[in-house]
Each structure stands twice: as C-alpha cells, then as structure tokens.
Design a protein. Structure first.
Lengths: 173, 549
C-alpha cells in the first residue's frame, strides 16, 4: 500500500520535471506565420500626408482621422480595432512610397492595445505624436512660409520693376 | 437559341437579343403575357427559374423584375425583364411558382424586400426579414434606415414578445390517432447552424417540415450599394466563410464586363487556383459535417486538420485565412513575388490530402453504419433537379450533368481539361461521395493551373510580380451584367446594375444555391423518422450564410 502510494508520488514528481510539449503561447505566436499576415495596424505619422484616402475607402468606417495642429499632415488615421475587418484596403490605397504610412501586412497577431486593460471600449490603434515633433514641424512650416513670402515679395517687386521699366520705355517712345 | 427567340417574338417585346454565348435577353411589354410565355418556354425545355431579381429605378418610377430562366439540359437560358409601376398598390405580377416551383422562395424574397406582390403564389408572406421590417420593404431606394433604427429601438420589447408567442403552443392531441407535436430543430441544435426547422411530428414520424430562416440576414445586397466598387468585395466575400474566393471572382467578373476590361492570363489561372483552394476548404467542412451531424466527430477533426493546410495556402497569398479579400475587379489583388515558395505550400497541402485519402476511403466511406443509414435514403431524381433547381454537387450526385465551369467557362477553366463528375443514385450517400470526387477533381485542376503558370513564366509570357492587376476605371459606365460561377455548393449568379459615372453598385443581386436546397427539405424529410433529420440535412451541405445573405 505504502509502496504503491510512494510509486505514484514519484511518477507525478517525474512528470513535473519533464519538459511540457504544449509550450507555444498562441497569443503572441501563431502556428503558421505568413510574411504578409494582416494583423494590427502600424501608423507612421512622420510619412503620412493626411490625404484621407484610407478613411474614404474603408468599407466599415473603422478609421477616424485625428486632427493635428500642423498643415502637413493636418490629420492622421486612427483605427478602431473592434470595427476593423482587416481587409487591408487602406494599405492598398495609401499613396506614400516606398513605405506605407498605414500598414497591416506583417502586422502583429496580438490585438491588445495600450489602454485595453483599463477599459474594453478603448480598443484602438492610437497615434501618439510627440510634442517636440509637432513643434519642429511648426517651425519648419513657419520657415517655409516665411521663405515663400519672401520669394513672393521678391517676385512681386521684380514684376513691378519690370512693369515700371516697360512703362517708362513706352513713355520714351 | 433560334427556337427560344421565335417563342419570345410571338409576344410583344421591346427587344430580343443575344447575351453572351448561351443567354437570350428579352424585355416583355405587357406583364399579362408572362404566364403564357413561361408556359411556352417550359414546353421548349426551359424548366427552371434560377432567381427573381427586382431592381428599383426610382427616377423612372418603375420596378424592373428580372427572371433568370435556365434550361439545365441544353444550357440555353433566358433572361426576361418586365416593368412594373412603383406604387405599392399596383406593384403586382402573376406568380410563376405554379409553373416553376423553383421560383417559390425567390418570389417571397422579392416580395419581402421590394414589395412586389405575386398574384397566385401559394403562400405569399413576409420571409427572411425580421418582424420590425414588415410592410416597409428595406431594399427600396427610398427606405429610411435612420427612422427604422429609431423605431426598432423604441419598440424592441413588443417585437421580441411576438417572437416568444410563436414558441408557446406546440402540442395537439387527436384521440386515438396519436398527437401532433411541433419540434423546433435548431437554431441551437449542434448540427443545425442558425436555422430553425419546425418539424411537425406524429410520434416519431415526420408529417411536415417548415423552415424558419433569416437568423443571419445581413442585407448584403443592400450593403454592397453603399460601398465603392472595390470595397464591395468585403461584403460579397461574407456570403459564406467556407468557400471564400469564388463569390469575389463572380462579382469581379461582373464589374470587368461592364467596364469592358480583359484580365491577364496570369490572373485567370490564379483565380482558378484560389477558387479551387476555396472549394476544397469548403468541401472538407461539408464532408466532416456530414459525419459530424451523425454524431461521429472523428472524421470532422481529420477534415479540419487537412483544411488547415489549404488555409495556409490562402494565408501565404493574401495574409488572411478565412476572410481573404484576395480577388478584386481587374484581376487578383496581390502580386506573387516568390511563386515557387507559394507553390511549395500548395504542394504541401495537396500531399497532405493524398496522404489521408486512402485512410478516409477505407475507414469512413465504407463505414457500415453510415452505409446502412444513408444508402437509398433521401433520393432526388433528375426531374427533381430540374423542378427545384438543385445545383452543384447535389445535382451531380443524381447524375445530372451540370457544371458552370464547363457550361459557361470563366477565368482559366476554358483552357484546362476537365469533365463532369457524377454519381448515379442521388441518395444521401452519393451526396457524400460526390464531394470526395470533387476534391480530387479540384486538386487535378490546381495542378494543371500551376503547370500553366510555370510554363508561362518560363516562356516569359507571365510576370507574377506585375501581371496580377489591370487598372480599372474609378467611375463605371452605365450597364448591367449577369455572371455565374460554380461555387462549392452550386451555381452562384450575380446580377449587377450600374448607373453612369457611378462609384458604387446601383443594385447587386446575389443568388446562392442553399436557398433552393433548404426549400426542398420539406419534400426530402417528410415521411421519414426523426433520426433521419440530421443525416439528410447534413447531406444537403447547406450554409446559412448564403441562405440568408
């Protein structure tokens, strides 16, 4: 009796030591991984042009455009993962080259996003645009606008000078 | 063809013209002539009605009803149009159901969604749509979806109350003659899927079966009207998840026909491979489901195991396993940068099937329990096929030679060698055998298409990385097209209407085979015993996705 019990206990203890066969974590690892698996989106705010094409083509209206205080991009896409059907049409129409600003293919199978733990309706691919980047862009834009204004003023002055010269020529004749 | 044209010319028509190779398109002037014309056509061999599809032209204030009538033996078909006034009181036409029983549920569907009344229909009722739509006809162009939603939210209690009442009274006793009980088979039965069969039984004997459908009605035909031409593929592919690429092929063909574009040879053979892979994936579930409904789950697991390999093929190509969205108007959606690696996955899947094929044959197809239950049970004759338009594998199990891939070749099928696969008896066992035969045929077709692509690449005629898509115009011209494909469970017909310079379909009618296969359940199961229901139901390979749409 005692012998049988101890035998069983030893057998169970042996089992604990042995490596387990089912150790794949299917939350992060899929059984078959395709190189273009359409998973969670990646949105690149730095190359996005804010053209709204992805929002227009989305067949289920899962994309909402987040407005930015700069001119280009003036908005970037954010995707609601609870509505998205992962058809990938947004990636197809994205005009940026060679990399797409919104990308699903090769994406992650793990859909849980930051904030999902706090509230289940917070199931979004959010775009966090750093303040410094916006400031920098703003400065660049101001610079551009200033240069443009200068160029315009220069051109205007040149044109006026030309006109004047022509008018003077006409008078001389 | 001339014979059909002569018959049509006897009546007052606006036009009679050829359409594609085996259709005659005609428009009747007077709707009173319809029944006589149908009688004449029936004598000429056009015995089946594929579907009835109304189109709502709100600007012209008319509803145009399209009848698609088919001669399954000679493959000569008629596309008939009749104009009706749009006002609800006058919007009526003679029912063709007494002459062609296959139109029964299609007419009900047209009535429920467009309000076209069919005079003389044996049981004209609201059908498919849920109670909150009654009397409102949701597919008409002036239907107010916002107001409907508001009404639904306000009255949700009374709507569901009505539903519960239907379940209350289920028993009747007739003294010595026994009793009649109404059994609800489904929607939560393990074998049923989202459908409810009201089975009227006396003891164990089944007297009548009444199917209650519409549990997964998503109004896909209407959803398609709200998306653009490319976005529609995601609505179309959701008809049924089991065979995914074929509905998209059908829809894409219709768009290409209206735009007048021709796709590349590479895209044609890719469509063959994708379509056949989808067919195999669907057939493997059908096969396993046949045994699953009998209570033998082992075979279902075997089939799902093999199916995974074929889903890997789809995933490697498109990036998704079930909802692939891999075919779009103009060709196929993705380039094949490394076609050899993809063919490797394909070969792996084919080898997996070849490996288990013999075991399946020995263990399951000769299974004595299955044979004793399914042999000579639920027989369909060739006449039944024509009368009720059973399509695809169900028709071929009865020995009827019909297959859209051969009758009206599309994609690359015209250049491949294939023949009709048929069984003889048309009983439940043959409807299982035909599925296995078709999987083998599909694998043969895939191999042929792979060879064609390899030859094309070697000869420098095809470039898998570039040839996949032809550029389509963003705005379509006005037009309409009818296309058919051989889907896993039968013929799928799509009728697409576009307006000039439109960016989305004006009307897309989806005709799916499970409607007719569910319609004949009453005839199939009545007179049998209760234990036959799961078996015979499983043998029809019905999917509720394409039944309800």
């Amino acid at each position: 009796m005692l012998f049988q019990m101890s035998e069983k206990i030893i057998r169970v203890l042996k089992g604990v030591k042995e490596p387990r066969r089912a150790v794949n974590d299917f939350v992060t690892e899929s059984a078959h991984k395709s190189a273009i698996f359409r998973g969670r989106h990646e949105v690149r705010y730095d190359i996005c042009t804010g053209c709204d094409a992805c929002n227009k083509i989305c067949p289920v209206d899962a994309i909402k455009m987040k407005p930015l205080p700069i001119k280009r991009p003036n908005k970037v896409p954010e995707v609601s993962l609870s509505i998205c059907i992962f058809c990938g049409l947004c990636e197809d129409v994205c005009p940026t080259k060679p990399e797409k600003a919104i990308k699903l293919s090769g994406g992650d199978i793990n859909m849980i996003t930051e904030g999902t733990e706090d509230a289940l309706d917070n199931f979004w691919v959010r775009v966090d645009v750093p303040e410094e980047w916006i400031e920098e862009k703003k400065r660049e834009e101001e610079e551009k606008a200033r240069k443009k204004a200068e160029m315009m003023a220069k051109k205007k002055a040149e044109a006026e000078a030309k006109k004047k010269a022509e008018a003077e020529k006409g008078e001389e004749k | 063809m001339e014979k059909l044209k002569n018959i049509l010319n006897k009546y007052e028509t606006e036009y009679v013209e050829d359409y594609k190779s085996n259709w005659v398109k005609a428009k009747l002037k007077n709707k009173e002539d319809l029944l006589n014309l149908i009688k004449d056509l029936k004598e000429a061999g056009v015995k089946t009605c594929s579907t009835v599809s109304p189109t709502d032209f709100i600007d012209d204030n008319k509803i145009e009803v399209n009848y698609f009538l088919e001669n399954l033996k000679d493959k000569k078909n008629v596309w008939l149009k009749v104009d009706l006034p749009r006002e609800l009181e006058n919007c009526e036409i003679d029912s063709i159901t007494p002459l062609m029983p296959s139109a029964k549920w299609h007419e009900l569907e047209a009535y429920s969604t467009y309000g076209v009344k069919f005079k003389g229909h044996p049981n004209l009722r609201y059908f498919l749509i849920s109670r909150d739509y009654y009397g409102k006809f949701p597919f008409r162009k002036d239907f107010d979806w916002k107001a409907h939603e508001k009404n639904l939210i306000e009255n949700v209690n009374s709507i569901s109350e009505e539903f519960f009442e239907e379940y209350e009274e289920n028993e009747e006793t007739f003294d010595k003659e026994g009793s009649r009980t109404v059994l609800n088979w489904g929607p939560t039965h393990p074998a049923s899927g989202p459908i409810r069969l009201k089975v009227y039984v006396n003891g164990e004997n089944i007297e009548k079966v009444d199917a209650d459908i519409g549990y997964v009605w998503r109004a896909l035909e209407n959803l398609a009207e709200r998306k653009d031409f490319i976005g529609t593929i995601v609505a179309v592919e959701r008809i049924c998840f089991m065979d995914n690429p074929n509905p998209m092929i059908c829809y894409s063909q219709a768009v290409e026909e209206i735009a007048g574009k021709e796709i590349t040879p590479f895209a044609k053979f890719m469509r063959v491979i994708l379509g056949e892979t989808g067919r195999i994936a669907s057939h493997l579930i059908s096969m396993g489901g046949f045994f699953g409904t009998m209570g033998l789950q082992t075979f279902l697991m075997w089939c799902l195991d093999v199916r995974e390999y074929f889903l890997d093929v789809l995933e490697d190509y498109s990036g998704a396993r079930i909802a692939t969205a891999c075919v779009e108007p103009g060709g196929v959606r993705y380039p094949l940068n490394d076609y050899k690696a993809w063919f490797e996955t394909l070969n792996k899947a084919i080898n997996e099937w070849e490996r288990v094929k013999d075991d399946i044959n020995d263990i399951f197809l000769k299974n004595p329990l299955m044979v004793s239950r399914a042999k000579d049970n639920g027989i369909f004759t060739k006449d039944d096929v024509e009368e009720f338009y059973l399509a695809g594998p169900i028709a071929r199990a009865s020995g009827f030679k019909t297959d859209v891939r051969i009758d009206e070749p599309y994609a690359g099928y015209g250049e491949l060698e294939m023949d009709y696969v048929t069984c003889e008896n048309g009983d439940a066992r043959d409807r299982l055998f035909i599925i296995v035969k078709e999987v083998n045929q599909s694998i043969d077709l895939i191999k042929q298409a792979m060879k064609k692509i390899e030859e094309g690449v070697e000869a420098g005629e095809m470039n898998p990385a570039k040839d996949h898509l032809v550029r389509m115009p963003r705005r379509m011209p006005a037009g309409e097209a009818v296309t058919r494909v051989e889907w896993a469970r039968g013929e799928m017909l799509m009728h697409l209407v576009t307006m000039d310079k439109s960016t989305s379909p004006y009307r897309l009618k989806l005709r799916a085979p499970s409607v007719n296969h569910t319609m004949v359940l009453d005839r199939l199961i009545s007179g049998k015993t209760l234990s036959d229901i799961p078996l015979l139901y499983g043998s029809m390979h019905i999917c509720q996705g394409d039944l309800d749409r």
